[in-house]
Design a protein around this ligand. Structure first.
Ligand SMILES: CC(C)(COP(=O)(O)OP(=O)(O)OC[C@H]1O[C@@H](n2cnc3c(N)ncnc32)[C@H](O)[C@@H]1OP(=O)(O)O)[C@@H](O)C(=O)NCCC(=O)NCCS
Length: 151
């Protein structure tokens, strides 16, 4: 049976993460963004699947709110349920820290992420105009989604 193990993100993970980030996102986080997230104490995780790094996530916890800042599954490992496992783990961590609601922003053009979030019960609660950089110097709106966490 396959094993998925979560560990707090560490500086030693950043080479792998930054490589993946460049492969997965048109506008990737930089190494500096991850270093800042670690320094700020954000809830940051790497998931290993059968010993191999497979996914990572960064979440900000403020009072009773969790905010997803990044969730990424390595290209070759996608569509095997790992994003789902990762999200469920974040929900568990968020509840443990007293969060009752979970928020995220997503590009309306990111169909895989939208499908993942909808499947977990997230609903659209707003739109942030011109939130993301987009191709050709344009900007793309963000959809804001929210999920009430079960106690
Ligand atoms: C979004 C992402 C995290 C999903 O991870 P994943 O491990 O592939 O997701 P899962 O295998 O758990 O998929 C769960 C469900 O999400 C939906 N989904 C995932 N990938 C999809 C795709 N490419 N197309 C359509 N639906 C998709 C499906 O409903 C899927 O269930 P199914 O496989 O039974 O149909 C992954 O595609 C990714 O890392 N993308 C690049 C980074 C990114 O955009 N992150 C989100 C914004 S920060």
């Amino acid at each position: 049976m396959s094993q998925n193990i979560f560990a707090p993100m560490a500086h030693a993970d950043l080479d792998w993460i930054v490589d993946n980030e460049r492969e997965l996102h048109a506008f990737p986080w930089t190494r500096g963004n991850f270093v800042d997230a670690l320094a700020s104490g954000y809830s940051s995780w790497v998931m290993r699947h059968d010993g191999e790094p497979a996914a990572y996530a960064v979440m900000l916890l403020v009072l009773d709110e969790a905010h997803l800042l990044n969730i990424s599954v390595a290209k070759t490992m996608q569509r095997r349920g790992l994003g789902t496992i990762c999200l469920d783990y974040l929900f568990k961590q968020a509840r443990l820290r007293g969060a009752t609601q979970f928020f995220l922003e997503v590009r309306p053009s990111n169909a895989p992420a939208l499908a993942l979030y909808r499947r977990h019960g997230f609903v659209v609660v707003g739109r942030r105009k011109r939130y993301y950089p987009a191709a050709g110097g344009e900007r793309e709106d963000a959809q804001v989604m929210r999920l009430e966490l079960d106690r």
